[in-house]
Design a protein around this ligand. Structure first.
Ligand code: PLP
Length: 421
């Protein structure tokens, strides 16, 4: 049996209808923007392997740092103990975040980072003797696949079997100058009841790379601040340079109370989640009363290997050449998006920094299960490029090490595939 057949016998893949899915492609090696299959065929990873890879695959510097750490300390219980990589990572990260962010809580992935933030907000209300149970989120939001994260995500095919068991959330439209007043008056009606507002800043990734303007989000955030509504900024996708700045927060004029990170945090090397909190939140858990403790933790909280990968990745991210590369990708995307806009089969071209998205016009079938997505996905694979559409939405989220020439190759292939569909 080859790898693909052995896989079929034992593995259950994520977001995959196992009955009808194409055979999976066994990858045996990664290097930079390339992945290599069993037969030696190369693929440009234009979606950063589900948006996680920042500096390319098997980066030698991250590999060396993690390998050294592996021989020094691989894991230690994080209750009652600590270690240099976790301290250093918290220090380095907090320096880059909005200045009100003061404490770092570690977990394992984006969903857990969101769970922790939600629990902090709900317990914050408890600890401060307030009854606040309502939660605000954006329509079509995506915050992860665990139950709390699903609850604050838009209701869709993904959440449908669990509908009755998800807690109630009030969904609002992402802000525009037209809808802001209406949203504010709705929020005002229940002003004392909001436990928190959770949002993906600037780009709603899994919704299909939907984008809103920083000015409008800033205004909504200022309104929440004025009404004492805690804000959770989910930067699991937008963090670490994707939007053209280090964080989407750098575009905004108001600071959130809590922030969530994962995906690019370790450069895509190891799973890890982080929730950061302001002093205001943290202080509400300080008490002689044991019931005010945050009773949350995971076996691998602040795993030293993951912390080291994150430290190495952040070092690479802050290098002059990486920041320049992010700028170059953003500029090239902008030029290419003008070309895309002229294309008769393309609509709704949008871009924020290194994230470029557009839709294929397709007889109004704009659902996630859109066939056109599967068709173009296969066409790109054949050409050695990984572009995994969300329904009829195609997007690029490349690792920052992609060269202008490689990016041109991707663009050229996109235009060719578009003429074929
Ligand atoms: C991917 C994602 C998550 C969930 O992260 P996982 O690591 O997949 O659990 C949460 N929020 C946003 C904005 C995401 O894009």
């Amino acid at each position: 049996m080859n790898l693909s057949e052995r896989d079929r016998a034992v593995n259950w893949h994520p977001y995959t209808q196992m009955k009808t899915a194409d055979p999976v492609i066994p990858i045996v090696k990664g290097q930079g923007i390339y992945l290599f299959d069993e037969a030696g065929k190369s693929y440009i990873d234009a979606v950063s392997s589900w948006w996680v890879t920042l500096h390319g695959h098997a980066h030698p510097y991250i590999a060396r740092r993690v390998s050294e750490q592996l021989h020094t300390l691989e894991q230690v219980i994080f209750a009652g103990f600590t270690h240099e990589p976790a301290i250093q990572l918290s220090e380095n990260l907090l320096k880059l975040l909005p200045e009100n962010q003061e404490k770092v809580f570690y977990s394992d992935n984006g969903s857990t980072a969101v769970e922790v933030a939600l629990k902090m907000c709900i317990q914050f209300a408890c600890n401060t003797g307030k009854k606040k149970t309502k939660i605000l989120a954006f329509k079509n939001a995506y915050h992860g696949d665990t139950f709390g994260a699903m609850s604050v995500s838009g209701r869709s095919a993904w959440t449908q079997p669990f509908g009755e068991m998800l807690f109630e959330v009030v969904f609002i439209d992402p802000p525009t100058p037209e809808n802001l007043e209406e949203t504010k008056s709705m929020i005002r009606k229940h002003s004392d009841e909001w436990a928190c507002f959770i949002y993906e800043p600037l780009v709603q990734g899994a919704a299909g790379m939907l984008m809103h303007a920083p000015e409008d989000l800033s205004e909504l955030m200022k309104f929440c601040r004025a009404n004492c509504i805690l804000m959770i900024e989910d930067e699991v996708f937008t963090g670490f340079g994707r939007t053209g700045k280090l964080f989407a927060a750098n575009y905004l004029q108001e600071q959130p109370d809590l922030m969530c990170f994962s995906k690019g945090l370790t450069g895509g090397t190891m799973p890890m989640g982080i929730t950061t909190a302001s002093k205001h939140i943290f202080d509400a858990f300080l008490s002689e009363d044991n019931y005010k403790t945050l009773f949350h933790g995971h076996s691998f909280t602040a795993n030293p290997l993951a912390c080291t990968a994150a430290l190495a990745s952040m070092e690479l991210l802050l290098k002059e050449e990486t920041l320049k590369a992010i700028e170059t990708i953003s500029k090239k995307h902008q030029t290419f998006s003008e070309q895309l806009m002229q294309h008769p089969k393309v609509e709704n071209v949008r871009q924020t920094g290194t994230i470029l998205a557009w839709e294929i016009k397709n007889n109004n079938h704009t659902s996630y299960f859109n066939e056109i997505g599967k068709i173009v996905y296969r066409k790109f694979l054949k050409r050695g490029i990984i572009i995994r559409p969300l329904g009829n939405v195609l997007y690029l989220v490349p690792p920052y090490c992609i060269t202008p020439e490689e990016l041109d190759t991707v663009y050229k292939n996109i235009l060719e595939v578009l003429t074929e569909v």
